[in-house]
Design a protein around this ligand. Sequence first.
Ligand SMILES: Cc1cc2nc3c(=O)[nH]c(=O)nc-3n(C[C@H](O)[C@H](O)[C@H](O)COP(=O)(O)O)c2cc1C
Length: 319
Amino acid sequence: MNIWDNLKKPILALAPMEGVTDIVFRQVISKASRPDLFFTEFTNVSSFASEKGRHDALSRLKISPSDSPIIAQIWGKNPEHFSELSSALKNLGFSGIDLNFGCPDRHVNRAGGGAAMIKTPDLAVECVRRAKNSSNGLPISVKTRLGFTYLEEYKTWLPTILSEHPSALTVHLRTRKEMSKVPAHFELIPEIIKLRNEFSPETKLLINGDIKNRAEALKLYQKHPEIDGFMIGRGVFENPFCFKRTEDNLPYAPTKEELFALLNYHLDVFDQNSPQPYEPLKHFFKVYVKDFPGASELRTKMMECKNTNELREIINSYS
Ligand SMILES: Cc1cc2nc3c(=O)[nH]c(=O)nc-3n(C[C@H](O)[C@H](O)[C@H](O)COP(=O)(O)O)c2cc1C
């Protein structure tokens, strides 16, 4: 069974986000409104291949029952290590393997991974092939950008990847150089669809970048019905209920009470999955505590808390 053939169009996926889409936050998003598909944060293939890094790699690949179906996202530049990690993922409960050829992080790119793969297309192809040959039947997908430096790179880069016939290709509509500083290039969607249709019509095409919620994805889908799906990333910070269906197809607007209940749930799931570092939890406060009188003061008090029990006390005294 190939998960990509089982999902109904348009597929809505939560984008992989390092430090965000871990086992805790995925459960929170499931509770608010589940996307059709989850991705893990990216895991380095060479960490998994090393004795020292394997424990950390495996902890990033921990999943909960509510995550399913979920795809493991992996990155690196060593084809042998792509093979090694790909061969382990089926037994860990994943429905697919996604190769990250789009991360713009300087350290990742210096190590030859993420978007740097756009500059070494032969190596990228080798990694796709090695992953495919070792995946025990799990489908392989790729997430990438339009190019490294220049927009026009997409004209050769996307065909290079499509010629390997991945089960799915997610295109973040920017170059690496553009980071996230310019608006996504929605104007190129018809060209990208054309390339998919020409080089690998069976590959599912997902579009990513600046799509905030289900309503926006549906609007794009109406305009380009040949797209198979959409990935939403930062939209969950604005609205963790962004995947929720509504009768009028307008974005779902959660109440303050719903956001507080979700925050309490986040703290519960965080505790259930402890021990884990407390500080990163603070990044999420503004997802839930905003847009009401006193929100900023409450957030300041929350920032001073040292653990989830202190947080609960402060939050419950407000709600
Ligand atoms: C905090 C953060 C972490 C990210 N980590 C990853 C990652 O691990 N793998 C990946 O493919 N993309 C990663 N991305 C990129 C997102 O998946 C997505 O492509 C990008 O945010 C554009 O989509 P959006 O406009 O819907 O946010 C990350 C983005 C953010 C903001």
